[in-house]
Design a protein around this ligand. Sequence first.
Ligand code: IMP
Length: 192
Amino acid sequence: MIPRLVIATKNQGKVAEMRDLLQAAGIAAEVVEGLEWDDVEETGETLEENALLKARAVCEATGLPALADDTGLEVEALGGRPGVRTGRFAGPDATYDENVDHLLSLLGDRSDRTARFRTALALVFPDGTEVTAEGVVEGEITFERRGTGGFGYDPVFAVDGVTLAEMGMEAKNRISHRARAVAALAEVLGAG
Ligand code: IMP
């Protein structure tokens, strides 16, 4: 259905994860690697806008269908922050560790620690067709880091009491926001 596509990221880990998720969701596409494009500024006000900005730019630069994602962490007690600013919560060049420290210090010992990860996906075709989909995983922010797997906020985001860093990649990929977004995309595309 989509013979070839580009994953609009320069992060090799993300390309590999996306390839697995696409296959698991029954989206039969060859992922083309080794292409180049200029960095795309994430100036959107929403995750979907940012995903569309990236997918449009990479589709235009490569002439191939382009799939982009943008992920945000929404913490109830912080009014949905950091949301679209999740990657730069503690500052423009913040490390994962700095972002997690910032989150834990803002929450302090508050008992309402409900949070969700949300991923927006955008698939843009050279003929201008645009398809978007979204995936959400509900959980809560722990009081301290637990587990050694994953990346980003995984050590402090727990689902049913287990952090994403404790559960291992396979389990995470079954329930994650990105996996659910790819499954939703497959449904829109009629794959699977
Ligand atoms: P991006 O949109 O995929 O670049 O994600 C933005 C930021 O969200 C990243 O810099 C991470 O801090 C965080 N993030 C995205 N996906 C995950 C995840 O699966 N686990 C933990 N943190 C994540």
